[in-house]
Design a protein around this ligand. Structure first.
Ligand code: C5P
Length: 401
């Protein structure tokens, strides 16, 4: 979502400026190109050099510091940006923005930009609660400027209040959500995507279960990719990995729980991606108490429902079904069989016999098998990137898209 995005990053003068350094690095880590402008008071808290070294761009403070006659810096930055972020936003600059003042580099550039503006107010709790600040926030929101809610907690003044600079993860998550909303022409906008992830756990007794090596990384990456492409995403997961708050998460443990969750959402789903490693078998019975040690133990297993196969048999023509095949041999043969046998539209096959990819790894190498196209090899790369390829493929081949 942030990859290749040009972000104008505006810093105004509150104690949270030191946290803005880390936030800016997070944006860069996610692939954004960031250029910084600061108010003179922000530069009192953290040296502009810190932002310059990390962003690899000159930091603007003075509107009249125009080194090149052909370029007016604040207009150039305003026009360059795909999006603007103001973090932290002080009560003073918030008021200036609300009333269209342009008395320094930051406020001038923000008045000049036509890019979407996202702001992170951070200030003393009483200043934040003040009716003037609240009315100014409303004015900004009314003009489509995003004003984040600050956190409540311990403030620099030594007491608790609403005005804290939120954790960088929450800021980035909301910023991505804001950017996604600006773009209504994403390839999966309006589509409902259901994803399963993780290895199911089949209980033997209250402390023991049968499971497999799946981490859930691939499925969580698929859910995130679908979300970034505009879909409304539900993730049924047996993994403990986290999910952004805009993805509807349904946590399950066993194959049976996963089956009932998928069954519940399938009818209203446009795309189902079954990335979960669903256990084929489950204990015939589960002991209510921890089983005592014995010389020998025989577990009797019964078959679990094949969720993908069942959904394949019910699917409507405009629904798209993606299954995964994790194999240690005869990858192509087994994947082609699964495509037909499960009535899927696509099988993403990977060789799980190799150590540097597949289960629990951050990378994977896969082959897409579909009915009407030659198998497509996706070379070894990050699961996030493979997930994007999968969802782009689905968007391109989904009926009515
Ligand atoms: O047949 P196999 O288990 O190898 O097929 C793998 C695919 O089928 C995966 O997409 C997996 O999520 C799905 N599956 C399922 N229900 C099962 C077993 C596998 O939906 N019981």
């Amino acid at each position: 979502m942030l990859k290749g995005k040009k972000i104008a990053f505006f810093v105004t003068g509150g104690i949270a400026v030191y946290k803005a350094v880390d936030l800016m690095r997070e944006l860069i880590k996610k692939g954004a190109e960031v250029k910084v402008a600061m108010t003179p008071s922000a530069a009192q808290f953290v040296s502009p050099l810190t932002f310059q070294v990390l962003s690899k761009h000159k930091v603007h403070i003075d509107t009249f510091d125009e080194e090149t006659p052909e370029v007016v810096n604040h207009i150039h930055l305003a026009d360059w940006a795909d999006a603007s972020m103001v973090a932290p936003l002080t009560a003073n600059t918030l008021a200036k923005l609300a009333h269209g003042l342009a008395d320094n580099f930051v406020t001038s550039a923000l008045l000049a930009t036509t890019s979407p503006i996202f702001t992170v107010p951070a200030m003393n709790g009483n200043m934040y609660d003040n009716e003037a600040t609240q009315l100014n926030s409303q004015l900004l929101r009314g003009r489509g400027i995003y004003v984040m809610e600050p956190d409540t907690g311990f403030l620099a003044e030594g007491y608790s209040g609403k005005g804290r600079f939120p954790e960088k993860e929450r800021i980035v998550e909301e910023f991505e959500y804001f950017l996604r909303k600006q773009n209504t022409t994403l390839p999966l906008t309006g589509k409902k995507v259901l994803v399963t992830a993780g290895g199911t756990k089949e209980r033997i007794d209250p402390v023991r279960y049968l499971t497999n090596n799946s981490s859930g990384k691939m499925g969580h990456a698929v859910a995130e990719a679908a979300w970034q492409l505009g879909a409304d995403v539900t993730l049924v997961t047996a993994s403990s990995l986290s999910t952004r708050s805009q993805i509807k998460r349904v946590s399950v443990e066993s194959a049976l729980e996963m089956h009932s969750a998928v069954d519940r959402y399938f009818n209203e789903t446009d795309v189902l991606v079954m990335s979960a490693a669903v256990s084929d078998y489950t204990p015939e019975s589960t002991s209510d108490q921890k089983m005592k040690k014995q010389d020998q133990l025989t577990l009797s297993l019964k078959k679990n429902p094949d969720i993908l196969k069942e959904m394949g048999s019910k699917k409507r023509a405009n629904q798209y079904l993606v299954g995964f095949a994790a194999e240690t041999e005869k990858l192509e043969e087994y994947a082609q069989q699964k495509l037909l046998n499960k009535q899927a539209d696509m099988i993403v096959a990977n060789d799980v016999g190799k150590k540097d990819r597949g289960f629990d790894s951050d990378d994977n190498e896969v082959i897409f098998f579909t009915h009407d196209h030659e198998p497509k090899v996706i070379q070894l790369k990050k699961k996030e990137s493979i997930a994007m390829d999968i969802m782009h493929w689905v968007a391109d081949h989904l009926e009515g898209n």
